[in-house]
Design a protein around this ligand. Structure first.
Ligand code: DGY
Length: 328
């Protein structure tokens, strides 16, 4: 249902339902092009929304194409409800003079925490244990049941040492884990230079016991981890991904897990979401989550509030707080 374009307030198109406090803040200032839905919009719904909006809030699962942006004559800002913005055609946005913003910082801790949840779950077989405990077939404690792998004291490898990579590394201190990281730029550890060590990618892959990916998705990071890189990992090592699915060649990962050339994987993101490579679900040495990195009430409200602030700034003629551009 479309709102007639007669409101004196700016028009906002939300591609999805957002947490209630965010909706309340938005309703106070803007006229909604249509009521937000708790599902992905169709291409037609998106086209209609973009066509009428002064501002759009979209999610990482909504492709914002050149076609959509070309059909948006009033649009001033696309506020992406995510820190990653690989879903947006930034070149087209720049051509149309449309500002794009994202939501950094406010989801860093939530995503780092979830990375650790995946690491501990896969190493300590938490999901298998939970299923068994619920099944009514657990016979009671035994010395050789569901033995996992130590996490404390192992070497953590981090690929991509931005905000989230560093937040994951900070937590490693409590587990007495040295961190090897590969990143464009070195960064310093608050715990001293012997705790975080800047190394070439190959060294991280060959030395680390847990390898966690925290790079943005771009042409250079697509399939950064393929058959060759997986073959470099120790057979006892685990791979974790809370960044973007296409950073891993999922078919190569499935093969490595099946052949047990690596010990296991913890995945929150997938190459073709919401599809997950067939076969992964059958493997006991994999923990699969449905892209929950930022999924805490607190983080999701803060992400929404950042979108609110960015839109208010741009529609008010001020610079946005979190602009992103092609050179980022
Ligand atoms: C992001 O913001 O990019 C995260 O993946 C959301 O969960």
């Amino acid at each position: 249902m479309l709102t007639p374009v007669t409101s004196s307030r700016p028009f906002l198109y939300l591609t999805r339902l957002l947490p209630e406090p965010v909706l309340a803040a938005l309703r106070a200032e803007y006229a909604f092009v249509s009521e937000p839905l708790d599902r992905a919009p169709t291409t037609d719904e998106c086209l209609r929304g973009f066509a009428q909006a002064d501002a759009v809030i979209c999610t990482l699962a909504d492709p914002v194409t050149g076609e959509l942006l070309a059909a948006a004559p009033r649009l001033k800002i696309v506020a992406n409800y995510a820190v990653g913005y690989n879903n947006i055609d930034l070149a087209a946005a720049a051509r149309h003079g449309i500002i794009v913003t994202n939501t950094p910082d406010v989801l860093t801790d939530a995503t780092a925490d979830l990375t650790w949840a995946l690491m501990l779950a896969v190493a300590r077989r938490v999901i298998e244990g939970d299923r068994w405990a619920r099944s009514g077939t657990w016979p009671g404690w035994a010395p050789t049941q569901l033995l996992g792998t130590d996490v404390t004291g192992k070497t953590l490898g981090i690929i991509g040492m931005g905000r989230i990579g560093q937040a994951v590394a900070l937590r490693a201190q409590g587990f007495r884990m040295p961190v090897l990281y590969s990143s464009r730029r070195p960064c310093s550890s608050p715990f001293g230079s012997a705790t975080w060590m800047h190394r070439p990618l190959e060294e991280v892959l060959t030395q680390a016991d847990f390898i966690s990916l925290h790079v943005p998705l771009s042409d250079t990071t697509r399939h950064l981890i393929g058959a060759r890189e997986l073959a470099m990992m120790k057979p006892t090592a685990f791979l974790l991904n809370t960044s973007r699915g296409p950073v891993i060649d999922e078919a190569a990962l499935l093969a490595a897990l099946r052949q047990q050339t690596i010990a296991g994987a913890g995945l929150d993101v997938y190459e073709r979401e919401p599809l997950i490579a067939q076969g992964l679900e059958a493997l006991p040495n994999v923990v699969l989550l449905p892209h929950l990195g930022s999924a805490t009430q607190q983080a999701r409200i803060k992400m929404g509030m950042l979108c609110v602030e960015n839109i208010a700034a741009v529609l008010g003629g001020r610079p946005p707080l979190n602009p992103v551009s092609l050179k980022d």
